[in-house]
Design a protein around this ligand. Structure first.
Ligand code: ADP
Length: 165
């Protein structure tokens, strides 16, 4: 069986920190399914729609056939079961991520006993990076080129121009 993992998140938008985690995971996995979590109650708070996020991630990984991008609703464990894998990848930036991630991993395992969560640490350049910080910098007219791919930067700038109108 092909060994692949699911990398779930909100990816609003995908950052170089997320990209770094995917590249690291691909050094020992045959494929990664990037799964954009769609929670109806949370959507209003997002900047990009779920479809836009999926489209942006596809664009970023257009030359990487081992990456599949999709949206999902409902429980991650149900999605993982449906897709036929028991592996989930998550990034750990700092100790502050740990408590939440650990709690999630153990709860997910409770719901799906074979589920394993693999934690990967990003390059230190990205250990302080979050999508919310990137949104904030872009909203205030700052330069985010160090933190996101060029295509994401363009879309962020266009989005804030659109919102300012
Ligand atoms: P964010 O916290 O940036 O909104 P998500 O909710 O989309 O990110 O997170 C999805 C996963 O990616 C989580 O496991 C999160 O810890 C991880 N992640 C987010 N940003 C980074 C980063 N800069 N480096 C490593 N992992 C990251």
């Amino acid at each position: 069986m092909r060994r692949f993992a699911i990398y779930p998140g909100s990816f609003d938008p995908i950052t170089k920190g997320h990209e770094d985690i995917v590249h690291r995971a691909l050094t020992f996995m045959e494929g990664i399914v990037i799964a954009v979590a769609h929670r109806a109650t949370h959507e209003k708070r997002g900047l990009f729609s779920i479809d836009e996020r999926v489209e942006l991630i596809r664009e970023v990984f257009r030359d990487e056939p081992r990456v599949e991008v999709t949206a999902f609703t409902g429980l991650l464990v149900d999605f993982a079961r449906r897709r036929g894998t028991n592996l989930v990848v998550r990034g750990l930036r700092a100790v502050s991520d740990f408590e939440y991630e650990f709690q999630m991993a153990l709860m997910n395992r409770k719901l799906y006993p074979e589920l394993e969560t693999i934690f990967l640490a990003p390059d230190v350049r990205y250990s302080f990076l979050s999508a919310s910080l990137v949104r904030e910098i872009a909203a205030l007219g700052g330069d985010v080129s160090e933190f996101v791919s060029p295509t994401v930067k363009d879309r962020l700038e266009a989005k804030y121009r659109e919102l300012a109108r």
